[in-house]
Design a protein. Structure first.
Length: 318
């Protein structure tokens, strides 16, 4: 299989995912969902502290106990998400049920975003500028802080940022007023900037994961080729050993015939030709012996012993 390397192609994350094979797409989603669960712990703890600080300060400052309804919803959602993350970590076969865990994470994320996005319903009726600014600070901060936890999976970015931040400008515009209109415009711009940033980070992460899968596949192919090369080398050594052994028998027979012919033609003018024939047979026999020795070395049957020798004897025979 072949596909373009992400860094060279300049493709977006959805195009990269669409170009991968079915197995690679499954592996990519598995890695993304696993990253979602691994990065959600610190974000969840930070969200708990932020929520408690916000509703506590709001309750002390305004005395409005209706915020406790929101506090119960947000902490209940956080508890369920923490429990879901804990059960995921305990599931030894989670990779086989990754689609189930993906749906659970996305469902919890959507509920959490909706609960956080409902904050303006509790704060805006007060018409208190300090509380409105605190609410915006908390909501915009939560939107940015949680990007790192959802950036691994593109649908999670939409699921988190849109329900969290989109209701805010609508409610600000509903209450009208120059300040509310300015804050609404600012929140929309902030939402757009966060979406662009999150999608950019997601593309970088997808490219990195795809490059990792590319490298893993290349390593697997290289190992397969090395295995085939090792098998071919063993087959070659086995063939050389077998061929050398099988051909030596006819060579011995040829040597016997040449010796008998040498005795019969001794003292005749054809005797030197028989002598040359015997030398050729001896040289060929040495070649077969060398091939057999090489095959033994390749097969690891014998261990070579390095030593010095006069090279002129080798050239003399040649």
């Amino acid at each position: 299989m072949s596909y373009r390397i992400a860094q060279d192609a300049g493709l977006t994350a959805p195009e990269l995912i669409s170009e991968t094979t079915s197995q690679q797409r499954n592996d990519l989603v598995l890695a993304q969902v696993h990253a979602l669960y691994n990065s959600s712990w610190f974000t969840a703890l930070g969200a708990i502290v932020t929520a408690m600080t916000f509703w506590g300060a709001y309750l002390v400052y305004t005395g409005d106990r209706s915020v406790l309804i929101w506090a119960a919803m947000v902490h209940g959602t956080q508890a369920l998400r923490l429990f879901n993350g804990w059960t995921y970590q305990k599931d030894e076969r989670a990779w086989q049920r990754m689609e189930v865990w993906r749906r659970r994470f996305m469902g919890g994320l959507l509920v959490s975003a909706l609960v956080w996005g409902s904050v303006p319903w509790f704060v805006l009726p007060t018409q208190d500028l300090a509380m409105v600014c605190l609410m915006m600070l908390v909501m915009l901060g939560m939107g940015s802080a949680a990007i790192g936890a959802v950036v691994a999976y593109r649908p999670a970015i939409w699921t988190w940022l849109i329900p969290l931040l989109l209701p805010l400008p609508g409610l600000l515009l509903w209450h009208q007023g120059p300040l509310h209109n300015a804050l609404a415009i600012f929140s929309v711009a902030y939402l757009g900037v966060n979406l662009v940033f999150a999608f950019g980070q997601n593309e970088l992460l997808v490219k990195a994961l795809k490059a990792q899968f590319d490298n893993a596949e290349l390593v697997a192919q290289l190992r397969h080729q090395m295995t085939l090369a090792a098998q071919a080398d063993k087959e070659k050594s086995r063939f050389v050993a077998s061929a050398s052994h099988d051909l030596r028998q006819p060579m011995h027979a040829l040597g016997l015939f040449a010796s008998a012919l040498e005795k019969r033609l001794a003292g005749t003018s054809e005797a030197p030709l028989v002598g040359n024939l015997n030398r050729c047979i001896e040289s060929l026999d040495r070649s077969f012996n060398a091939m057999l020795d090489i095959s033994k070395l390749d097969a690891g049957v014998v261990e070579p012993q390095l030593q010095s020798f006069p090279i002129r004897d080798v050239f003399r025979r040649l």
